[in-house]
Design a protein around this ligand. Structure first.
Ligand SMILES: *Cc1c(COP(=O)(O)O)cnc(C)c1O
Length: 416
């Protein structure tokens, strides 16, 4: 074949065909790869590090990237690909790439898109490790980040520089559940010739689909609602086929933050129940938030599903009418010491809630942000961020709502 001949069409792995209007719930249980010759109904778990080729010429074609096939699990794996295709279908993006954790998805994002001298604009309210990764680790490599208000779009616009390549948002935020306007941030990014990435952990695609609102890339910690049962650490990056294949797959192949097929299988099966879990956990969270608002020893409740939430209308529009499963509240108490004592008392009186900073589990978790997830901040930084000593965060699970109320009531009554 001379080099002037047109390149033959790349041979692709088969895809399942769905009607164009097939719904999210159906894709959540059906999207993936066709079954193997054995006709398995539940998706296969392919625990293999490499794949065999029928002959040397086929191996050569696969290594030359003329034929899409499985070669080595750092590059791709059938179980991992089923998870990627299913998640992309749910997010409404052309493609996805699975990563070993949510943080490695963010690392892949930055490694793929940016180089020394580039600039990022990021919300000040994103996950703590995201701030450390951008500012600390990527700062060392010459990528600069400006941190701005979660809710004031004018601050994002004002922070744009000629070298700004990426805007990074997370909504709702942890633990204050502040909501940013994805569609507006997409406009700001695109007007500057930059891309918008959204960390969609808290809502998951069952409630919020950032790509539909103009976001270019979506970050997931599969550890949270996608698995939904607190079993594995996993992550993913969703976006256009062009970006995933040409920008991120090459980084994955050389940097190797790939997801184990076993963990991919666990999260893949978790996706099948995602929308019913998100609906049920959001309903539980709304009931708990309303009840907390009526408790005399509670000063304030933060939950996007409550009309008292400052961005309630935007949240309902952006999150499919549901508030998500994370509720934070402040216990009453004069001064920081008393507030912390009261918050600890509420946490220590619980018998059902798990005392852990993780979230996205069917088991309700309870945490004191000021001394755990946000414990490394100074008291001034915490005050500025609104994370006071009286604050408690509850990530609501699937237990009966009356049992959860009773579990919190005993501590709240003890401080009343
Ligand atoms: C947990 C979390 C991450 C990090 O995910 P890991 O899977 O723990 O690496 C990133 N963003 C948000 C919003 C999270 O809650």
């Amino acid at each position: 074949m001379s080099t002037l001949d047109p390149k033959p069409e790349k041979k692709r792995l088969p895809r399942k065909a769905f009607a164009p209007d097939v719904r999210l719930e159906t894709l959540a249980v059906r999207e993936g790869l066709p079954a193997t010759e054995w006709g398995e109904n539940s998706e296969g778990l392919f625990l293999t590090s490499s794949f065999n080729h029928p002959d040397a010429a086929t191996a050569a074609a696969r290594f030359a990237n003329e034929e899409e096939a499985f070669v080595y699990t750092r590059f791709s794996n059938p179980t991992t690909m089923m998870f990627e295709r299913r998640l992309a279908a749910l997010e409404g993006t052309e493609a996805a790439i699975a990563t070993s954790s949510g943080m490695s998805a963010i690392m892949l994002l930055v490694m793929g898109l940016l180089k020394a001298g580039d600039h990022v604009v990021c919300s000040r309210s994103v996950f703590g490790s995201t701030i450390k990764l951008l500012q600390g680790e990527f700062g060392k490599f010459g990528v600069q980040t400006t941190f701005v208000s979660q809710t004031d779009v004018a601050e994002w616009r004002a922070a744009i520089q000629p070298n700004t390549k990426l805007l990074f948002a997370e909504t709702p935020s942890n633990p204050l559940t502040e909501v940013c306007d994805i569609a507006q941030l997409a406009e700001v990014a695109h007007a500057a010739g930059a891309l918008l990435a959204v960390d969609n952990c808290f809502c998951s695609p069952a409630l919020q689909r950032p790509a539909k609102l103009g976001a270019d890339l979506i970050i997931h910690s599969g550890t949270k609602y996608l698995d939904g049962q607190g079993r594995v650490v996993a992550g993913a990056l969703c976006g256009s086929e062009q970006l995933i294949e040409n920008v991120f797959v090459p980084v994955m192949r050389s940097a190797g933050m790939s997801l184990s097929p076993f963990n991919a299988w666990v999260v893949l099966k978790g996706l099948e129940t995602l929308s019913i879990r998100m609906a049920a956990q959001s309903a539980n969270a709304l009931a708990l938030a309303r009840w907390l608002e009526a408790q005399p020893s509670v000063e304030r409740v933060y939950y996007p599903g409550l009309p008292s939430h400052p961005q309630h209308e935007l949240a309902m529009k952006q999150q499919g009418g549901l508030g998500g499963a994370v509720v934070s509240f402040i216990t009453k108490g004069e001064g920081a010491d008393a507030a912390r004592r009261n918050a600890f008392a509420v946490i220590d009186h619980t018998r059902i809630c798990s005392i852990t900073s993780n979230l996205g589990d069917t088991k309700t978790t309870i945490t004191h942000p000021a001394t755990t997830s946000h414990g490394r901040l100074s008291e001034d930084q915490r005050q500025a961020a609104g994370i006071t000593q009286g604050m408690i965060r509850v990530a609501v699970g699937l237990e009966h709502i009356e049992d959860l109320k009773a579990d919190l009531a005993s501590g709240l009554n003890s401080i009343a």
